[in-house]
Write a protein that binds this ligand. Sequence first.
Ligand code: TXA
Ligand code: MG
Length: 351
Amino acid sequence: MDTKILYVSKDLTGKDDIKNLTLASEIVRNGGLVAFPTETVYGLGANALDDDAVKRIFEVKGRPQDNPLISHLASADDIAKYAHTAENDYFAKLAPLFPAPLTVVLRKLPLISNVVTAGLPNAGFRVPENLVARKFIELAGVPIAAPSANISGRPSPTKAEHVIEDLFGKVDVIIDGGPCNVGVESTIVTLATDPPVLLRPGAVTLETLSSLLGQVQISRAILSEMNNDEIASAPGMKYKHYAPVNPVTLIMGSDDKVIPYINKRCETENLAILCYDEDAGSITECRNIFTIGKADDPLGQARSIFDALRATDECSFITGVLARCPESKDGVNLAVYNRLLKASGFNVIKL
Ligand code: TXA
Ligand code: MG
């Protein structure tokens, strides 16, 4: 298939931005697949009201059939057209946060089909902050069902180049709107249970949700491994995720333990290292070092984590990846730790 790549500037000030977005929105409304930037990761969009188009998302990504999709809307007011919001007090408390890197799960109305929700009675909704994403959805005039625009299991795409690597020739359009600001997928909270449950951590933190909603539970799948036959509240959480080609091991501990440990391993093994900016100078025994931001900057780490995981695929002859992971689970650290845990298949060495 011929894939068009369309460039659109982040602030929509480019000469051809609206023309390009109008073309992409017509293609998606008429059943095509369009990859588009959001503030979290790139999404692979289809018209959520067109079952055949939505089915193609599953085929192109190689996505398990039981893993539901999030519907993306241009305005929080639109959520009421597709889900029971009026009687949900929790929704009223979170609605003012939109647009945001946040997905709310609500009891769906019939307009959202079982193909989108993989047969679940509830559906996920998100209003992206990214201007390009919102203009694209607004011009399409329909909700856009979109998972991350990667082949299932690979690290999520945070640059148009990542989408091109995975999906060129398989989709109608890739909108290149530059790198994603947040870099990890949206926070998902279900408001269809009482109390609400955090299903996936992201840039909208558990602390923020708790302050607005009162009690919020944390899904077990965020910090521990699920069996494939276990019923996950967010089905996507049980699958192997974000994995580069080489096996990832997480290293947790203080500088005085982690740095010597990494150097020692690298004396005898050819490894790639993911570490904090401050660590790079002290890791003397390794040639494949990828920094993921400052130790005390989880937002910076979130922004670069998937790009760094993907970059390790380019290293020749390595046998594995050692990745430094946060000890704190506060704020955005929880999202960074969760993605690294999944990339490693829950393989953590605590020093
Ligand atoms: O930031 C994001 O959310 C990105 C961008 C493109 O918006 N999208 C994204 O989609 O991460 P995806 O499909 O890669 O991850 C969606 C997650 C899956 O784990 C899925 O199981 C969960 O959301 N999910 C979707 N609908 C759900 C529902 N009705 N109930 C529970 N979990 C749901
Ligand atoms: Mg995904």
